[in-house]
Design a binder for this molecule. Structure first.
Ligand SMILES: C[S@@+](CC[C@H](N)C(=O)[O-])C[C@H]1O[C@@H](n2cnc3c(N)ncnc32)[C@H](O)[C@@H]1O
Length: 181
C-alpha cells in the first residue's frame, strides 16, 4: 500500500477500516504525506484483544498510538465511521483504501460510493482481498464496479504468498487499484 501511496504522489490519504492502525502509521512516515483520515466501527479508545510484540492483551488504538514514538503520527485523524460526513471531505483525497467490512456487499459498495465522493479527480481507489479464498464479497463488489465503470483502469497486484512469506505467489488474488477517470 505504501508503494501505491508513493507512486500516486498524493498528500492526502483516506482509509476505511483502521484495524490496529498499521497502514496509517506506515503512511504517516512518507514525508510528502500531509493528511490521513481513517475510519473504523471501533472507537479510538475502545479496547480489543490484539497482540503487541507477539503477546496478546487488551489494547485500544489510542494505546497503540501512544506506543508509536514518531511525531509524524500527528498527521493521522482517527474517526468512528458514524461521525464521518463525506460532505466535509469532498474531492479531498488522492488515494482511498477500502479495507473495512469484508462480508457485506452492500456495506462495501457503499464504501465505494463514499470513496468516489471524497476522491480527487484522477485519484485511486484501492480494494484489498480481491479473490481471497475465504471471502467472496470484496471480489463481487470489485466486479460490480468494473461493470458499472468500464472507463476506469483496473490493476490487480498479486502481492500474497511470495513477497513476505517465501511461498508460491497467490495467482489472481490480492489488491485491486482503480484509477478513476
Ligand atoms: C483488515 S482490518 C484493517 C487493517 C488496516 N486497513 C491496515 O491495513 O492496517 C479491518 C478493519 O475494518 C473494520 N471495519 C469493519 N467494518 C467496517 C465498516 N463498515 N466501516 C469501517 N470499518 C469497518 C474492523 O473493525 C477492522 O478493524
Amino acid at each position: 500500500m505504501n508503494a501505491i501511496l508513493r507512486m500516486s504522489d498524493t498528500k492526502n490519504f483516506f482509509e476505511i477500516g483502521t484495524g490496529r492502525g498499521k497502514q496509517v502509521m506506515h503512511a504517516c512516515m512518507i514525508p510528502e504525506m500531509e493528511e490521513i483520515v481513517t475510519l473504523d466501527v471501533y472507537n479510538f479508545n475502545e479496547k480489543r484483544r490484539t497482540p503487541v510484540n507477539g503477546v496478546y492483551g487488551n489494547y485500544s488504538n489510542l494505546d497503540l498510538y501512544n506506543m508509536f514514538n514518531h511525531s509524524e503520527k500527528e498527521k493521522i485523524k482517527y474517526m468512528h465511521v458514524d461521525s464521518f460526513d463525506s460532505v466535509d471531505y469532498k474531492k479531498r483525497f488522492g488515494v482511498v483504501f477500502i479495507d473495512g467490512d469484508h462480508h457485506n456487499e452492500n456495506v462495501i459498495y457503499n464504501d465505494f460510493l463514499m470513496s468516489m465522493e471524497v476522491l480527487k479527480p484522477q485519484g485511486y481507489i484501492v480494494f484489498d482481498d480481491y479473490n481471497h479464498p475465504n471471502l467472496t464479497a470484496p471480489k463481487n463488489v470489485v466486479n460490480r464496479v468494473k461493470e458499472e465503470y468500464p472507463e476506469f483502469e483496473y490493476t490487480l497486484i498479486e502481492h500474497r504468498g511470495h513477497i513476505f512469506n517465501h511461498q508460491p505467489k497467490h495467482v489472481n488474488e490480492g489488491m485491486v487499484i482503480i484509477k478513476v477517470k
